[in-house]
Ligand binder design. Structure first.
Ligand SMILES: Nc1ncnc2c1ncn2[C@@H]1O[C@H](COP(=O)(O)OP(=O)(O)OP(=O)(O)O)[C@@H](O)[C@H]1O
Ligand SMILES: [Mg+2]
Length: 441
């Protein structure tokens, strides 16, 4: 930003409300990026319009103010994208882009499986270019994944159901639980029903015996406690109501080496649930890969030395999962288990504050090998300086830094880096999200 000055005074503002419940105000001449990559004046924004970042306008109105207020001009070049979140303007600093860089590298130099959870719907061009599979999860998509999928190697315990039951509990908690989560009685009932619905599958693990949410719903209905009825009713909308996208058997063959789950079209509440379910699907893959050995070719060392195939999992917009207590707790658990079983999780999040928000979540921080840190907001920088012992000089690399500039933390080492990816490459064209570059690709 440069040349901050008062441009004019106004007594009228546009107020725009988005489908996710957020709202912002601006002048009528303020330019807003729409879903097609065009800048539209706020005065011309209408309900129903699709904006950049997957937002839908549900209301656009004009507000009369009691007195004139100043409007500032901050001269932001058009080529920069900005996102609005909770009143803070966060500069796009290249988080997703660096994940894409790392993904293409891992694809070319390892034999590992790569799975991406893509809440913004932006990884498809890269994944398709690499011959991968994009699974679109939305109420209208022909693709489905079943949150009840169970791999019999699912966990180390004698009973493979234990971790699955944890997962279903946290899923129900997202669906049913209010602020306090589920009551102990409710947890007991769900756990009992989970064991019931898997009985046939455990006796005869053929795909047609795999339960779906509807079976869990049915089992709950058959219980005597009134709490069971309460949970069943909360679940109903996900079984026979308008949010039934997760009440189907998995009907995509998720065998590809690189898979992207595009959950952009899920609404706000469903998105969290979607990320949680994808995380569980990835866990299934990790458990399968645990036993699979592939041969390393080309690399140094004999070609016949087996090496365990790792499962790399990239979670963009990870803060969505960290915000909610239940999904945060499950993410922490999965993070540890992933590492133990040859999984390589990578969380991509807007700011580090999310990671330091609780003792539990801090565990993720402590269980990570490296931190790739891009531009940070002022408040966050202070927290970082304190918690991670970063010197003022090092902080300058994450202060108003440009795309692809930041700090890499690895063990006790902190390395500043500048990584400007060449733009005249085929790879850049499938990785960039800048509207003018995407349409030109
Ligand atoms: N290292 C880089 N080299 C060249 N261009 C880059 C680099 N990093 C980012 N860019 C450009 O900046 C754009 C925005 O980056 P990116 O989408 O990764 O931001 P982000 O931090 O994920 O933002 P958001 O908060 O919106 O998710 C990219 O699409 C790309 O065009
Ligand atoms: Mg991003």
């Amino acid at each position: 930003m440069s040349q901050i000055r008062i441009e004019k005074y106004v007594d009228e503002l546009r107020q725009i409300t988005l489908a996710d419940g957020s709202m912002f105000r601006c002048t009528g001449t303020h330019l807003i990026l729409d879903a097609n990559g065009n800048y539209v004046e706020a005065a011309n924004i209408r309900a129903g319009q699709q904006l950049s970042g997957g937002h839908t306008v549900i209301r656009a109105e004009t507000l009369e103010l009691p007195e004139k207020i100043p409007v500032y001009d901050m001269s932001v070049p058009h080529r920069l994208n900005f996102v609005l979140e909770n009143g803070i303007i966060a500069h796009n600093s290249g988080k997703s882009f660096s994940a894409k860089r790392e993904i293409s590298n891992a694809f070319l130099v390892t034999h590992d499986d790569i799975i991406i959870c893509d809440p913004e719907g932006e990884y498809a061009p890269l994944v398709e270019r690499l011959g991968g599979q994009v699974i679109k999860i939305s109420p209208t998509s022909p693709h489905h994944i079943n949150p009840m999928d169970l791999n019999l190697n699912y966990s180390d315990d004698d009973n493979p159901l234990s971790l699955k039951s944890d997962f279903i509990l946290s899923l129900c908690e997202l669906i049913v639980g209010g602020k306090e989560g589920l009551a102990p009685v409710e947890k007991t009932i769900i756990d009992r029903c989970v064991r019931l619905v898997y009985r046939d599958y455990l006796n005869d693990p053929s795909p047609e015996n795999m339960p779906i949410l509807g079976d869990l719903y049915q089992a709950l209905r058959e219980q005597e406690e009134k709490e069971a009825q309460y949970i069943a009713t909360a679940l109903e909308i996900y079984v026979s109501g308008s949010l039934s996208v997760f009440n189907h058997r998995t009907d995509v063959n998720i065998r590809n080496r690189i898979v992207c789950y595009d959950i952009r079209e899920l609404g706000k509440q469903l998105k969290k649930i979607g990320m949680h379910i994808v995380q569980d699907q990835v866990w299934n893959r990790v458990t399968e890969n645990r036993f699979s050995k592939s041969n390393r070719d080309g690399e140094s060392g004999p070609a016949d030395v087996p090496y365990q195939k790792a499962t790399r999992y990239y979670m963009d917009e990870f803060h969505l999962l960290l915000k909610e207590e239940q999904t945060a707790a499950y993410s922490v658990e999965i993070w540890k288990r992933f590492r133990k079983w040859g999984g390589i999780p990578t969380g991509i999040t807007q700011n580090v504050k999310d990671l330091l928000s609780s003792r539990e979540v801090e565990n993720i921080f402590e269980n990570s090998d490296f931190i790739y840190m891009l531009n940070q907001a002022a408040g966050d920088r202070q927290i970082l300086a304190k918690q991670l012992n970063i010197s003022p000089h090092q902080l300058s690399y994450v202060t108003h830094s440009g795309e692809g500039e930041g700090l890499l933390f690895y063990g006790n080492t902190i390395l500043p880096f500048i990584d400007h990816f060449p733009k005249d490459t085929e790879l850049y064209k499938v990785m960039t999200t800048k509207p003018q570059e995407v349409s030109g690709a």
